[in-house]
Design a protein around this ligand. Structure first.
Ligand code: X8Z
Ligand code: ZN
Length: 645
């Protein structure tokens, strides 16, 4: 999801990078020309406008993401154009008020308006129009992206991901072809992206910032200039843990693939089971520390459930033999939808178990839970506040596997955050910062211990042994620890692109230099400037800032620790499961209710007692695994050489 604090402080969902507007373009100037209002009156008008325009903005964006075609792109771009013009006028007016001597809420709202644009738009109407068209086109190109080989059916992201995920069944070359195939989709984006950078930088400068990256760094209730050092500090805390995991993983890949398992000590990009090497969960069969200490095969259990649903539907219909080919397709689809709904309700029950409200009926009728067969959609998961009053939706192409199940828990975190802060005026309807928004659902995922998974019938009752602990820690680390450097490097690349230190003719080289530096990951074959590999990751064409996810992967362990304390948990942190604990639920909801109404440091303090983001909870959680990894890596030459350009 994408939480955008633009104009109206709308916390908008994923593809909503591009927000839209409220009034016809010819009326938008009236905002700038409005009779001089007091700051309080101005903020009240912005809030009122936000309430009015949000449904139109979100509907246009929803259409753009769930019916990709020329018409929806036109509607989406036009809506954005109106919205962004209005937003610019509001930002200009916000800048005219003094920052001192105001009512605290008004001062905060004005501040949020000035730092909240993730898509800074130029004032020049022709350039604004061009920007919104590029934005829609980039999003649509990603959503409709396919790997096509002559004489074969084209494959979409779901199909490519399935090939990569099958790290046991597929060969080195099959995975390499799939990985390279997906990276063809972004080649046509390069020119658009370059222009996109120029246009948003112009908008950023007009807003008083050096470039778009600086706008992004300004949204954290601290000087933008200090933010990079803050992120570096957090990375420094967890980097040794990542390096141990990287080393162990690479050694296992070398055991399996020989020389091909490593590129100068780095992990080949197509071998991690994930297109971007951000989640190594699909390497479980290779990396599982111990056999026979109880299966943690959640994917296997989910697939079985889906097959059982299908079998029941088929039997009710009189058996497969009675069905025509097209009826068979329909019934498969019905099974997919029933399974996706069941998985979503399972996630919902975690939240309601904490005392949070049931999702509104419209959530289930209006969400997109499975991939439609008749059109292109943006499958990348997102959660949407359709208005400012609690109409919420999710957009996903759910498949029965563990990664998707945890993504549902993640998305519902966004949804419950929307519901918790909806009583605020729209300007404060947002996360404390964007990393908080990303961390809500993931904190719940940390509570999905083997005991919890057993309680919902997804794994057998877990063994109690040191080996079982290491297995369970490894499972979590493959999702959480592997992610950390990826969460950092994407915006290191974009910040450089926006500030000009990465020139357009070095886009790809800089991308791989950063992948090498932070992740210790490398492509099997050199990737020249004929490619635009950054564009093959949703958030780049989708213009969603990414440091939020890095922050979330630190914060979620802090949240988890606090909620475990609230639940009276005793024992090692990693054994805590706060499911069904009302005290944890109350504390969490109280934090979420704050929204963006106060600096995040205050909100963090109310939940955790501290005002700083801090990686020590990550280290506390993974202490047993880290010690185990150090032992496994003894005598190995860890580390890698990032080839210098
Ligand atoms: O984009 C997402 C969510 C929507 S906010 C599905 N995530 C990042 C990603 O997929 O790259 C969640 C974790 C990281
Ligand atoms: Zn998210």
């Amino acid at each position: 999801m994408k939480s955008q604090r633009a104009l109206l402080a709308l916390a908008i969902s994923a593809s909503l990078l591009a927000l839209s507007a409220c009034k016809p373009a010819d009326q938008t100037d009236s905002a700038a020309d409005a009779p001089k209002e007091s700051a309080d009156e101005f903020v009240a008008r912005v809030n009122k406008t936000a309430k009015e325009v949000t449904p139109e903005i979100t509907s246009a964006a929803w259409l753009g993401a769930t019916y990709i075609n020329a018409d929806s792109q036109r509607v989406e771009a036009a809506a954005n154009e109106r919205y962004l013009a209005l937003n610019n006028a509001f930002i200009e007016q916000a800048k005219t008020y003094p920052t001192e001597g105001l009512n605290a809420d008004t001062a905060r709202a004005l501040h949020l308006m000035k730092v909240g644009a993730s898509l800074p738009a130029p004032r020049d109407p022709a350039k604004l129009k061009e920007l919104t068209e590029i934005t829609s086109r980039l999003g649509a190109t990603y959503g409709a992206g396919k790997w096509c080989v002559d004489g074969q059916e084209c494959r979409d992201i779901g199909q490519v991901s399935e090939i990569l995920a099958d790290t046991q069944g597929k060969s080195y070359d099959e995975m390499k072809a799939a990985w390279e195939g997906w990276h063809t989709i972004s080649v046509p984006m390069r020119k658009d992206y370059q222009r996109f950078v120029e246009l948003t930088n112009e908008g950023a400068k007009e807003m008083g910032f050096a470039n778009t990256g600086e706008v992004w760094r300004a949204g954290y209730d601290m000087p933008a200039a200090d933010f990079q050092a803050e992120a570096d500090r957090l990375w420094g805390q967890v980097q040794p843990l990542y390096e141990q995991l990287q080393c162990y993983t690479r050694e296992k890949l070398v055991e399996k693939y020989g020389e091909q398992g490593s590129v100068n000590g780095m992990i080949p990009a197509h071998l991690t089971g994930n297109l971007w090497q951000q989640d190594w969960g699909n390497l479980w069969p290779l990396l599982q520390p111990y056999d026979n200490v109880g299966s943690l095969d959640v994917t296997g259990a989910l697939k079985k459930q889906r097959e059982a649903i299908l079998a029941e539907l088929v039997s009710k219909a009189g058996g497969m033999g009675k069905l025509t080919a097209s009826e068979q397709v329909e019934i498969e689809r019905q099974a997919d939808l029933e399974m996706a709904t069941r998985m979503t309700k399972l996630a919902e029950s975690f939240y309601t178990g904490l005392g949070m409200p049931a999702l509104p009926e419209s959530f289930y009728t209006d969400s997109m839970l499975v991939q439609p067969r008749d059109r292109d959609v943006v499958c990348h998961a997102s959660a949407w506040p359709m208005n400012t009053e609690g109409e919420v939706r999710m957009k996903m192409c759910i498949k029965p596997n563990e990664e998707e199940l945890t993504t549902i828990y993640h998305e519902l975190g966004h949804i419950y955050y929307y519901l918790a802060y909806k009583q605020h005026p729209p300007m404060f309807q947002n996360g404390a910062h964007d990393g908080f928004h990303e961390a809500i659902g993931d904190t719940i995922v940390l509570s999905m211990t083997p005991e919890y998974l057993a309680s919902i019938g997804l794994v057998d009752k877990p063994a109690v042994s040191e080996e079982a602990v290491i297995n369970s820690q490894m499972r979590m680390a493959l999702a959480k620890v592997s992610f950390l450097p990826f969460g950092l490097m994407i915006d290191r690349w974009r910040w450089g692109v926006f500030d000009g230190s990465i020139a357009p003719d070095k886009y790809n080289q800089a991308w791989w230099d950063l992948k090498a530096k932070y992740q210790g990951v490398a492509p099997a074959d050199a990737r020249g400037e004929e490619f635009f590999d950054a564009g093959a990751k949703y958030h780049v064409p989708g213009n969603t800032p990414y440091t939020r996810y890095f922050l979330s992967h630190i914060l979620q362990f802090q949240f988890y620790k606090s909620l475990c304390d609230a639940a009276g948990h005793e024992g090692p942190l990693y054994t805590c499961n706060f499911a069904n604990n009302p005290e944890a639920g109350k504390r969490y909801w109280a934090m979420m209710e704050r929204g963006a109404s106060q600096p995040w440091q205050q909100t963090l303090k109310e939940l955790t007692g501290g005002e700083q983001m801090d990686g020590s909870a990550v280290l506390e959680y993974f202490a047993p695994l880290q010690a185990w990894l150090v032992k496994q890596n003894e005598g190995k030459t860890c580390g890698w050489q990032a080839a210098k350009s």
